[in-house]
Design a protein around this ligand. Structure first.
Ligand code: SF4
Ligand code: SF4
Length: 404
């Protein structure tokens, strides 16, 4: 697909990148078959191919109307289309570039701008998320039931063990933002489980949000500032020879793995960002490489449905890793269908596109429940919370099953 850039984009780096990314699309439309929003609405403009045409039109006309904004905003950035595309179109990067351009050529309503600003002011900061939750739990009893279910219960942290005295290996763990405030037991469980494998997890206090919230809301520079802060925070441990940077939320993991590409033109950070991305590993990648015989005596008999987040399956290409680990430790798995479809959480999507998000949630829960599981596990805080708002069975991070 050839693009003739509008003169206003002549010197625009992101526009040029988008035009390059567009070139590999051959308009076949295979991607529509696995796109959750196309499958929900059956409107060409709500599928990847239609969105690619909308971005192309924006690049060539130098403007974007309400329709372009609506259909690009409805994209989950789940990247199921990337997995399906026979032509290797990097749709995730294209969607981010398209959103950034859209913010420069087209205005948003005051209400929309305010909501997005509030999300960016609160969610990347765990203390602010904690404060908001605190208030939410106070007013929860007087809220309508549907709204009250959106506020997660306080998580009890299982008693913390000091690192295994035999731990001879060290890895950095990303503390993150929302997960640190709402489900702190995930990283605690990871710490204990890896401790049994002889690995000590070390967290840097000055690291924080991976940057994905800002980056995917069309504020790329602010998102990259979070990335730079994390690189600075981790560098002393990396220089000292840390073995890996472990992420326990797959949405953060895919972002950290992209630091090298996203900062490739930053003279100060490019080399270090590339090294960080080389070291980044999802928790499941770390455990898959370990001898799990120490966990073989799992007493869990609850039948478990696995929801593999889009950021793990399509973003990190680790689709079946959770099932493989849980099978190895003897946890009985329940059958599920439509594994490729997003649950509708998609970062901040459930706040910005509530109706579509709820329809996708209903569809995903039905697909996860065909075999009547006793519990659901996943690998990303957003999916965990979103599924938890509608599920009749407990939803947890998969690492908690190994921590018993
Ligand atoms: S499957 Fe790939 S090449 Fe085909 S229309 Fe979709 S993005 Fe373009
Ligand atoms: S990223 Fe997901 S929602 Fe967006 S076009 Fe691709 S498949 Fe559809």
């Amino acid at each position: 697909m050839q693009v003739k850039l509008h003169p206003r984009f002549d010197e625009h780096k992101i526009a040029k990148e988008a035009a390059d990314l567009l070139q590999s699309c051959v308009h076949c439309g295979f991607c529509n078959a696995t796109c959750p929003t196309y499958q929900d609405m059956f409107d060409e403009r709500d599928g990847p191919r239609g969105r690619i045409y909308l971005i192309k039109h924006m690049l060539e006309s130098g403007e974007a109307g309400d329709a372009t904004r609506t259909h690009l905003d409805r994209c989950l950035t789940c990247r199921a289309c990337e997995t399906t595309c026979p032509s290797g179109v990097q749709y995730g990067r294209l969607a981010d570039a398209g959103r950034e351009l859209m913010e420069t050529v087209s205005g948003r309503s005051i209400g929309d701008r305010f909501l997005r600003r509030m999300i960016r002011l609160i969610f990347p900061y765990s203390r602010r998320v904690g404060a908001l939750l605190f208030l939410g739990r106070i007013v929860k009893p007087i809220l309508p039931r549907a709204l009250g279910r959106q506020i997660p219960a306080k998580q009890t942290i299982a008693s913390s063990l000091s690192p295994s005295p035999s731990a001879s290996r060290k890895m950095i763990v990303l503390g993150g933002c929302v997960q640190a405030a709402i489900t702190p037991n995930t990283n605690e469980a990871a710490r204990r489980v890896l401790g049994r494998c002889g690995i000590e997890l070390v967290e840097s206090r000055s690291a924080g949000c991976c940057g994905a919230v800002d980056y995917h809301l069309g504020a790329q520079n602010q998102g990259l500032d979070f990335a730079r802060r994390n690189i600075d925070a981790w560098w002393p441990q990396i220089a000292a020879g840390t073995e890996a940077i472990v992420t326990t939320a797959s949405g953060c993991g895919v972002m950290v793995k992209d630091y090298g590409v996203l900062l490739k033109d930053d003279d100060t950070y490019a080399a270090r960002a590339a090294r960080v991305s080389e070291l980044a590993k999802d928790l499941s990648e770390v455990l898959e490489a370990e001898d799990l015989s120490v966990f073989r005596e799992s007493t869990i008999r609850a039948r478990t449905a696995v929801h593999c987040p889009c950021t793990l399956s399509h973003g990190q290409k680790l689709g079946a890793s959770l099932e493989r680990i849980l099978k190895r430790v003897g946890i009985p798995l329940a059958e599920t269908t439509e594994k490729h479809l997003c649950c509708g959480s998609a970062g901040t999507y459930s706040l910005l596109q509530a109706d579509i998000s709820q329809r996708l949630l209903t569809r995903k829960l039905a697909a996860l429940s065909i075999d009547k599981p006793d519990q659901i596990v996943t690998a990303n805080i957003g999916c965990q919370l979103h599924l938890g708002t509608g599920s009749d069975v407990p939803v947890m991070h998969w690492i908690e099953l190994l921590d018993n």
